[in-house]
Design a protein around this ligand. Structure first.
Ligand code: NAD
Length: 339
């Protein structure tokens, strides 16, 4: 935890696991009501990053940063640079990038104080906005689920209800609209809704979206939205979206399974961003390679669906197994000392 009264910064970096490599995860800026709430979020999100990178086959561990504050009013150059100094104290054990409340330009400011930043703009030698590949990966995950639900992976004419229409949702929607899916979105920000309308997305109320009759419900705002209350409201066949930690508790994954709703595990299908960022670490960024790796999310999702079917277990459990098996396997090698 880090506090810098001069700049108003209060932030937390959580490192969950570094078996596979340095921990990597975005910086989230959110007006948490308490430090305890921010800490719980950082811990949960860092664990999700461990699972995400492990399942995606990346050599990265799990970490996450959170800044307590309102990104619209409290994000100053001094605050971001102070955050960069905090990141720097960890000497590369934690690599940061964007998340809710932070954008590419913020990374340029953070970069003034630390080298441990990924996802910088391509003109600065980085891999650019993570949300572009994240959007592609979610779309690929949706298609794999469609194949399971309807026997074909086409999303043409399918209704997708998006909760939150920020960076990730809008990039996912681009692919959906290109395939002639019918996209609906709810957001608390007028700016986001304007963008939705300009793309041809139909806007619905924030309270209506979880219970909207649709083919795919796509949580693309914050976590915990699949819980004992909302599960009863859902009228969809698939839950597949970009938000991290969508399930409020592990039991919610089981409930979805028993209700016959196909759940695309969040960390599996929203890995496009970290796949893109990993493509710049220790090598020259190649967008084509990042795209190909992101498109493989389709196969990963299909593998998880097959495991779920074969073992009669939830997709949430099947995806956890996939990630845990890789961590356990690499841990065996890491236990051996090498100069
Ligand atoms: P963003 O800040 O651009 O978008 C989030 C949007 O959700 C905003 O428009 C916000 O107004 C809206 N929102 C917040 N609360 C809401 C509510 N209660 N109802 C409706 N809308 C609400 O962030 P983003 O980068 O698009 O990330 C969205 C989610 O995807 C987050 O959970 C993030 O952790 C996750 N994610 C992002 C990336 C990435 O590459 N950016 C990668 C993986 C996962």
């Amino acid at each position: 935890m880090y506090s810098d009264p001069e700049t108003g910064l209060r932030g937390i970096i959580a490192i969950h696991d570094t078996t596979l490599g340095p921990s990597c995860g975005g910086t989230r800026m959110w007006p948490y009501e308490s430090e305890a709430e921010a800490l719980a979020d950082a811990l949960r999100l860092s664990q999700a990053m461990t699972y995400k990178s492990a399942a995606a086959g990346l050599n990265l561990g799990g970490g996450k940063g959170v800044i307590i504050g309102d990104s619209r009013t409290q994000k100053t150059e001094a605050l971001l640079r102070s955050w960069g100094r905090f990141v720097d104290t960890l000497g590369g054990r934690y690599l940061t990038t964007t998340d809710v409340g932070t954008v590419g330009r913020d990374l340029e400011t953070i970069r003034q104080e630390t080298q441990h930043v990924v996802g910088l703009d391509v003109t600065l030698g980085g891999s650019g906005d993570t949300s572009i590949m994240t959007g592609l990966g979610i779309y690929m995950g949706m298609k794999a689920c469609a194949s399971e639900a309807w026997g074909a992976d086409s999303l043409r004419g399918r209704t997708v209800a998006m909760q939150g229409f920020g960076k990730v949702a809008s990039h996912t929607a681009e692919h959906l609209l290109e395939e002639d899916a019918r996209v609906f979105a709810a957001d608390i920000s007028e700016g986001a809704l304007d963008r939705a309308r300009s793309m041809g997305v139909q806007v619905v109320g924030v309270d209506e979206i979880p219970g909207m009759e649709c083919d795919i419900f796509a949580p693309c705002a914050l976590g915990g939205v699949i819980n004992h209350k909302t599960i009863k409201q859902l009228r969809c066949q698939i839950v597949a979206g970009g938000a991290n930690n969508q399930l409020a508790t592990p039991e919610d994954g089981e409930t979805l399974h028993h209700r016959g709703i196909i759940y695309a595990p969040d960390f599996l299908i929203n890995a496009g961003g970290v796949i893109n960022a990993a493509a710049e670490i220790g090598q020259t960024y190649n967008p084509e390679r990042a795209r190909q790796q992101t498109e493989r999310i389709y196969e990963k999702m299909a593998e998880v669906l097959a495991t779920s079917r074969k073992n009669e277990m939830s997709t949430a459990k099947a995806a956890n197994m996939l990630a845990e098996a890789r961590l356990a396997s690499v841990r065996k090698v890491r236990g051996i000392y090498r100069k």
